[in-house]
Design a protein around this ligand. Sequence first.
Ligand SMILES: Cc1cc2nc3c(=O)[nH]c(=O)nc-3n(C[C@H](O)[C@H](O)[C@H](O)COP(=O)(O)O)c2cc1C
Length: 332
Amino acid sequence: MTEVTTALGLTTEQVERVLTSASLAPSVHNTQPWRFKIAPDRIELHPDTSRALSATDPETRELRLSCGAALYNLRLALQSTGVRPLVTMLPGKDAPGALAVVRRGGTIKIDDEGRRLLGAVPHRRTNRRPFLDAPVDPRQRHVLVRAAELERSWLHVVTTPEDRAQLQQLVHRAHEIQLADRAVQAELAAYTGHRPGTGDGVPPASTGVRPAMQDEWAFRDFQGSERHLGKDCESDPLVVVLCSHYDSPLGDLQAGQAMQRVLLTATVHGLSASFLSQPIEVPRVREDLRRALGGVLVPQTVLRIGYSTPVPPTPRRPVSELLMDSGEHVLR
Ligand SMILES: Cc1cc2nc3c(=O)[nH]c(=O)nc-3n(C[C@H](O)[C@H](O)[C@H](O)COP(=O)(O)O)c2cc1C
């Protein structure tokens, strides 16, 4: 097993802490598809392609979004140690196979917002429970939109009844396509339910309510989710589509960081969030969603945001399992 070493002038304990923060990021089916290579002058973030979901996420777009979220946490955690993170995304030959390389770009004192966002890292959770029937305050919407912009992405807020109906229809269409796809369902089953000793996946306590086709929004149907969404679910959640400006691996990584900043900002403001990713995962539905948004922005994830009751954390693998040997290369 590879051990944590020093990097960027930090102690091994500090390196372990920043990697723990990174590992608390959300990931599709809680696959945690990231690995880290540590050297004295850098921390490299690599995709763990053995954890890719070839049916659900055939273009590994969501894998990169998940890694982007881990990168955002890593940046915040480094700032709290006084390290200004200098990030090179998709470094190419400089670090073969890496999605990003983080070096020391001098020193920094983390600001109040950064401290609050970092404080939210262990408390942020995907909350699939029904939300309260209380609208999200327009000022809070504004800070969420700003959070995405600060990470070079765009948060489209679904406001009109027509947009809402159109998005609901796209979510349902993609949901039905995925329900009929055995490979997609097999990946879902493989990562849900009791998975003792694995440190990944979505445990029964986190699966939320079971969707039914007549529901307004079709949630992912996790194995083991028992209750029916029914009338207990909020009638009008805030629904947003996080978009990137580029349809490329770089756009995916930027969107992943923006997604995490939006989710942490929501947590700071007492808001819960869950995902409605089906229309992103089915390429022909994603194309329709892209057209519905005007054809320029690239939809990357759909979030439902509102007020709810707390949910338990999902498991994480220990940092020691996330480390690569310094000589090891992962080719994408
Ligand atoms: C890119 C991405 C897509 C996701 N899509 C869905 C989804 O469609 N439905 C859902 O219930 N959860 C979705 N999730 C949430 C993950 O299942 C969740 O992050 C993971 O189980 C870890 O739990 P946590 O977020 O509470 O830490 C998604 C997460 C990511 C990062």
